[in-house]
Design a protein around this ligand. Structure first.
Ligand SMILES: N[C@@H](CCC[C@H](N)C(=O)O)C(=O)O
Length: 257
């Protein structure tokens, strides 16, 4: 049977989406997934996402990084699958779905999708970086001259030297004079810089607020692939009601051979 696929992007973080409600997609075949995500031999994407049934929500999101292995939460992918679920007619302008880090709510307004992220409790602040989990693990480090910074080289070095095999995503941030937070991310599982990372910009906004460096709400973010916003509440040191907002759209569709 022919398998349809859809290509989506959210601020340049791009994904292959597959409606797997009837099952049949080989999610345990990591080399097949890696081949589909390959930018020369496949469709090309930062990750692959399966939309599946879930008894307690509108649907379930199953996320794989471009290396073919199961990933943790993907914020931009969560916004893409929300738009995909609407395209498939499963939901209207609001939905609830289950991902690897639990239940998420999302809202659609035109091409803009807002996704409620998991609450954040513990943040580890070190001398020149912070580490926190926004559904995926994130290292957040301020640098100057971010535009010209070698994100691939430094990201790869820190990912392995500080975090070993489980690894972490590595975000470099620089506050701009106009109050916008510029963020560039080296993504674990892609093992390269991506154009944008949703859980990463969420981590960056929270880590900067926690250090009193950027209390502006909502936080306006610039990534290589476009602009995002992160809004949250702070209750007794914990971050709740965290919303990530930005564009997400279908780019093309096709059939797997
Ligand atoms: N691009 C994603 C992050 C995906 C998860 C990550 N690569 C991992 O498994 O660590 C996002 O938008 O959050």
């Amino acid at each position: 049977m022919e398998q349809l696929f859809y290509k989506y992007q959210a601020t340049g973080n791009d994904f292959i989406l597959i409606d797997n409600r009837l099952g049949g997609f080989p999610g345990n075949d990591s080399s097949h997934i890696a081949n589909l995500c390959h930018r020369r031999f496949g469709i090309g994407a930062d990750g692959l996402i399966l939309l599946e049934n879930d008894p307690g929500a509108d649907f379930r999101m199953v996320y794989f990084n471009s290396d073919g292995r199961p990933g943790s939460m993907c914020g931009n992918g969560g916004r893409c699958i929300t738009a995909f679920a609407k395209f498939l007619g499963i939901v209207g302008d609001t939905c609830r779905f289950v991902a690897s880090d639990g239940l998420h709510e999302a809202r659609i307004s035109g091409e803009s999708v807002s996704l409620r992220m998991a609450d954040v409790g513990e943040i580890r602040h070190k001398k020149n970086y912070s580490f926190l989990n926004t559904g995926s693990p994130h290292h957040v480090q301020e640098v100057s001259g971010l535009e010209a910074y070698d994100v691939d080289r430094e990201g790869k070095r820190l990912r392995y030297s500080l975090y070993g095999e489980p690894g972490s995503n590595i975000n470099f941030v620089e506050l701009q004079p106009d109050g916008v937070l510029h963020v560039r991310t080296y993504e674990r599982g892609v093992e390269a810089e991506t154009y944008s990372c949703g859980t990463g910009v969420t981590a960056a906004a929270i880590a900067m607020e926690a250090q009193g460096k950027h209390p502006e709400q909502p936080t306006r973010i610039r990534t290589r692939g476009g602009d995002l916003e992160v809004a949250f509440r702070k209750d007794a040191g914990a971050y709740t009601d965290i919303w990530l907002t930005g564009p997400a759209r279908m780019v093309f569709k096709g059939t797997l051979s």
